[in-house]
Write a protein that binds this ligand. Structure first.
Ligand SMILES: Cc1cc2nc3c(=O)[nH]c(=O)nc-3n(C[C@H](O)[C@H](O)[C@H](O)COP(=O)(O)O)c2cc1C
Length: 292
């Protein structure tokens, strides 16, 4: 990556569009090929998935790096880690220090080293069968001031979820207790208030740090479900759009058998710049930071 003047550029010096020639008219099941072709009347770029490739997320990570610097001015820290890959799941909360320390120490981007190894095995086993696995990334934002989030359409959770759904392969987003809250009683779900060290806190964090679309000062916790990588070498059914006939497809090329490890910094970045945007809008961070 090079930073010149006020721009960041990442040059892809490892391009290989060859595997896409054979599947130009054969949409990959699970990928955006067919929908993109219809949307852009055939002018979509099929090489590497074009605009629908996970490559687009490098720009999100670049924006996130800037956002994290801006957020550090008000003490906000953003973390992310893999909490599920395939059937291997992290149960319960992982202490923040372990997330900070462990995530980038293993290829699964998991904060629990013993599980990281099993996650890698699960990925390799799927790859060996020409298949892929999905999983879940947890994003955490600490020291977010209470009061961020704009009525009515720009509530903080709506904006975070919208950005996270803009990451390719994301199929679900949940905050705090998430879908589990639907089966709780009010007395279990409500986060009751308390004062600790002179600060207003809640005793639980089922809301995931956002209530009424506004941050409440508790850690923001969001979990993001990623589907298994669509491009797999297993034989699948598709259509040939040129011949209008049903055919089979076996996708070649360089595809990750699991998106989750690569998506960890992407979730972190998207969470960071959405919160930074709201902190700027709320006047928590000055719009111009400059010493003359
Ligand atoms: C970081 C990242 C890497 C990805 N890598 C691949 C890949 O190697 N092969 C693939 O088929 N899809 C990959 N994807 C997923 C596709 O881009 C995505 O599934 C596709 O655009 C269809 O969109 P949808 O799944 O959001 O509906 C990746 C996504 C991300 C975020």
């Amino acid at each position: 990556m090079c930073i010149r003047d006020r721009s960041m550029i990442v040059r892809n010096r490892d391009v290989d569009s060859k595997p896409y020639e054979n599947i130009m008219f054969k949409p990959r099941p699970g990928h955006a090929d067919y929908a993109a072709r219809i949307k852009y009347g055939g002018y979509n770029d099929p090489r590497g998935g074009g605009r629908f490739s996970g490559r687009i997320t490098v720009a999100y990570v670049m924006a996130g790096a800037v956002a994290k610097k801006i957020l550090s001015l008000i003490g906000v820290e953003v973390l992310a880690h893999a909490v599920q890959i395939g059937s291997v799941r992290v149960e319960g909360e992982v202490p923040y220090d372990e997330v900070r320390r462990n995530v980038y120490m293993n290829p699964a981007r998991c904060a629990v080293p013993e599980l990281a190894q099993r996650m890698v095995e699960e990925i390799l086993s799927a790859a060996g069968e020409g298949d892929s696995v999905g999983g879940v990334v947890e994003g955490i934002a600490l020291n977010v001031p209470a009061g961020l989030g704009e009525p009515v359409f720009d509530s903080l959770d709506a904006d975070i979820a919208k950005m996270l759904f803009n990451i390719p392969a994301v199929k679900g987003v949940e905050f705090g207790a998430g879908f589990r809250i639907a089966s709780m009683k009010g007395s279990e779900a409500n986060d009751q208030y308390a004062i600790r060290d002179g600060k207003i806190v809640t005793l639980t964090n089922n809301a995931g740090g956002i209530i009424g679309g506004i941050s409440n000062g508790m850690p923001i916790k969001v979990r993001v479900a990623f589907k298994p990588t669509p491009s797999i070498s297993k034989r699948q059914r598709t259509i040939n759009l040129e011949k209008m006939a049903e055919e089979e497809i076996q996708v070649a090329g360089r595809h990750d058998p699991c998106i989750v490890p690569r998506a960890v910094p992407v979730v972190e970045a998207c969470l960071a710049f959405t919160i930074a945007d709201h902190a700027l809008r709320a006047g928590r961070i000055p719009r111009v930071i400059k010493s003359l």
